[in-house]
Design a protein around this ligand. Structure first.
Ligand SMILES: Nc1ncnc2c1ncn2[C@@H]1O[C@H](COP(=O)(O)OP(=O)(O)O)[C@@H](O)[C@H]1O
Ligand SMILES: [Mg+2]
Length: 323
């Protein structure tokens, strides 16, 4: 395991009041994976990440990061990780190349090694073209790529990325996903936070959902969605509605059927069938209808989303929290 935490807790004291930002988090992150911490604003994502990267001290609990104990070997942790904060840090009157070389020197590289490594990193993040231009002239996406370049300058085993795509346009976002995947291909594990459902779903090998400082679910996106309700197959039929419904409901892999009213214009009634695995249920359902001589007018397979997972665990929709 690359990260293992047990009962990690952070209590902030501000103006005499105590804020329990993180309330006992148990997490494990494996070598070489993209791990996501998904949750709404204020859930405790940044606080968790800052503890794991030694920027703030936990109030309680234990963690090991890249094989180093978080409490007793902070220097060891720092050597093996990179950290890119939510705000990013590169705004000064310098060029990307200068900033990268400086970062390399901070990690003890010789001038020559730092320059060589900077050139490699600039190339990997498609920044070579702008490398000697003042950072002030960069677009949001270019700046974010530079932030990440700085985070991996010393070739960490693990990179922490706090909301890497917040504030980026859709195209820069897609690029960023590619960059993160490329890091994984090169053997760097990534621990990222996000409040975007689609990002957690598309990008992360595994994720934990955090709400009010507590982990409410952890697993692969697929497994988490499977836990919720299986899949939903929506079948529309134009005739013998009740018969079709009874027949499909009798199948042992159909957990539940919700029958809709026939559409007055088309006569099509849509049934929603809850099944464990839509991809195997679908052909069987069609075969059953076919055997009875009932034609399906429409058929659709819905898979539950991570929002359904969040909804089930917290009673709220993350999508609604957004707006
Ligand atoms: N330095 C701090 N002092 C007091 N409260 C804080 C501090 N940092 C964060 N918090 C509070 O802790 C909670 C979690 O914050 P944070 O970890 O930043 O959430 P997220 O990154 O998920 O949006 C919030 O209620 C926030 O206001
Ligand atoms: Mg945050």
């Amino acid at each position: 395991m690359l990260i293992e935490t047990k009962g990690l807790k952070k209590v902030f004291k501000s103006r005499g009041k105590e804020v329990e930002a993180v309330r006992g988090v148990d997490l494990s992150v494996k070598e070489g994976e993209i791990f996501g911490l998904l949750g709404p604003n204020g859930a405790g994502k940044t606080t968790t990440m800052r503890m794991l990267s030694t920027l703030i001290e936990p109030s309680e609990g234990h963690a090991s990061v890249c094989g180093h104990d978080l409490a007793s070997d902070q220097a060891g942790v720092r050597r093996d990780i990179g950290y890119v904060g939510q705000e990013g840090g590169t705004w000064g009157e310098v060029t990307a190349r200068e900033e990268l070389i400086m970062q390399g020197r901070l990690y003890g590289m010789s001038k020559k090694t730092a320059a060589r490594r900077a050139a490699t990193v600039l190339e990997a993040f498609q920044l070579t073209e702008f490398a000697d231009r003042n950072i002030k002239t960069y677009s949001g996406g270019q700046k974010r790529r530079l932030d990440i370049s700085l985070g991996i300058m010393h070739e960490p085993k693990l990179l922490f990325l706090d909301e890497p795509t917040t504030g980026l346009d859709p195209q820069s976002r897609a690029h960023m996903w590619d960059e993160v995947r490329a890091l994984r291909e090169r053997g760097t594990a990534v621990f990222l936070t996000t409040h975007y459902l689609d990002e957690a779903d598309a990008l992360c090998d595994r994720l934990a959902i955090i709400d009010h400082g507590e982990i409410v679910a952890e697993g692969t996106p697929t497994a988490l969605k499977k836990e919720v309700a299986g899949d939903v197959v929506a079948i529309g039929v134009n005739e013998r509605h009740d018969e079709a419904r009874a027949m499909l409901d009798a199948k042992d892999f159909v957990r539940e059927v919700e029958a809709g009213e026939p559409d007055p214009a088309t006569g099509t009634a849509v049934m929603r069938l809850y099944v464990d695995d839509g991809s195997t249920a679908l052909p069987e359902l069609l075969r059953a209808l076919d055997g009875a001589g009932i034609a399906a007018a429409s058929i659709e397979l819905h898979r539950p989303s991570l929002d359904d997972v969040f909804l089930k665990q917290t009673g709220r929709s993350l999508r609604e929290e957004e707006s």
